[in-house]
Design a protein around this ligand. Sequence first.
Ligand SMILES: Cc1cc2nc3c(=O)[nH]c(=O)nc-3n(C[C@H](O)[C@H](O)[C@H](O)COP(=O)(O)OP(=O)(O)OC[C@H]3O[C@@H](n4cnc5c(N)ncnc54)[C@H](O)[C@@H]3O)c2cc1C
Length: 431
Amino acid sequence: MSEEKFDAIIVGGGLAGATAAYILANAGMEVLLADRGDFCGSKNVTGGRLYAHSLEKVFPGFAEEAPIERKVTHEKISLMTPKSSLDIGFSSEKLGEDPESASYTILHSKFDPWLAEKCEEAGVMLVPGIRVDSCVVEDGKVVGIDAGGEIMYSDVVIIADGVNSLLAQKLGMKKELTPHEVAVGVKEVIKLDEEVINQRFGVRGNEGVAWLSAGDATAGAFGGGLLYTNKDTISIGIVATLADIGYTDISIPDLLDRYKEHPAIKPYIEGGETIEYSAHLVPEAGVHMIPELVRDGVLVTGDAAGFVVNLGFTVRGMDFAVESGRLAAEAVIRAKEAGDFSKEGLSSYVDALNESFIMKDMKALKGFPAILSRREVFKDLPEMVDDICTKLFTVSGKPSMDFIMYVINSMASHLSVAQLTSLVGDIMDAF
Ligand SMILES: Cc1cc2nc3c(=O)[nH]c(=O)nc-3n(C[C@H](O)[C@H](O)[C@H](O)COP(=O)(O)OP(=O)(O)OC[C@H]3O[C@@H](n4cnc5c(N)ncnc54)[C@H](O)[C@@H]3O)c2cc1C
């Protein structure tokens, strides 16, 4: 294998890498896709909600054949304290009517192998089970990869090795991650009978529920809880920022156990059996952590490039991974046509990213990590809401105090004027 030179080598068979590999192979290139997992998807973790729009551009109508779990038709958001939950639900047959705006629950362990199979059908040489140690650099240009001493050459390398991206770090394109830049996600997949899921969540057929919660899920720290219905399993997890570890003395795995015991959550998962447990880092500093994206002979995509929007209670990275993989591949195709794999020859990737929803959304939401890292959002707000709702829905026969006054008093006891002013200031700055 070391004698062979590929047109492109892609490191990482997640959604970013596999999408890039598929597009390049379809364009007639010789492509090697290397992944350290036993199979693509074996090392990857996601909450499990895939917004379809970017994959629709690559595989129109993919949901017809791909192993999706359910189409999300029911949305639920909750603000939780230890004993209460204010829930906002929205269900509509219109959700996902148009395939481009649909979203599906998926499991990486099934979905990524399907994508890998598509790559192989397109002619990609898929090599699972190899860990790439570094990129090979000659005269300042990336010319291949080194996997345990075995050198493989290519015109271009696409780095899609996920959030840590040791490859981009070794090239000096990306800095070492700091606790403020990443969250930790822990997730379980719980087996339950399909009919039980349908009855408990009030869904039919392949309708699915996406339920996100803020507040008690992370004991008041930045982050949130997620629960997605799959066909006959439930994905449940917590995403909590690393910088906030220590804010409570509860470890992140314990937060998940606690979340599963929450009175609003427990009845939905009761009797289920945990069949999968995983943990993973999530990029969360948005536009502030994007590394150098292109150098001579190399591009960085997906989580490796920090392309995730993490609003604490919702994480969106898979549609970013697919889109950035596609844009990287298209830039490589242009570079091949021009016979120029230099940084300049590959720079149409950066231009395309700037025009895409990736950079537009990341820039638009750039102030959100600062807002959401404030205690008011995840602790004071849920407590205040609990207080007000308890008052609103309680009739005890005692004389009711004027409700408006009660709300004002409650707000004042949870949020000082200074806190409120500074929070509003942060919100204004974010836009
Ligand atoms: C708990 C949690 C919940 C999330 N929820 C959602 C959600 O609901 N919706 C959403 O859109 N996003 C969500 N995300 C984010 C989303 O999962 C990621 O943004 C997305 O999967 C990133 O895809 P990727 O291909 O860039 O990276 P990954 O999926 O991380 O793939 C990287 C691949 O590179 C391989 N690799 C790494 N190093 C090497 C090496 N040295 N050599 C060879 N191979 C290597 C790995 O094995 C892996 O297959 C969540 C993330 C977490 C952790």
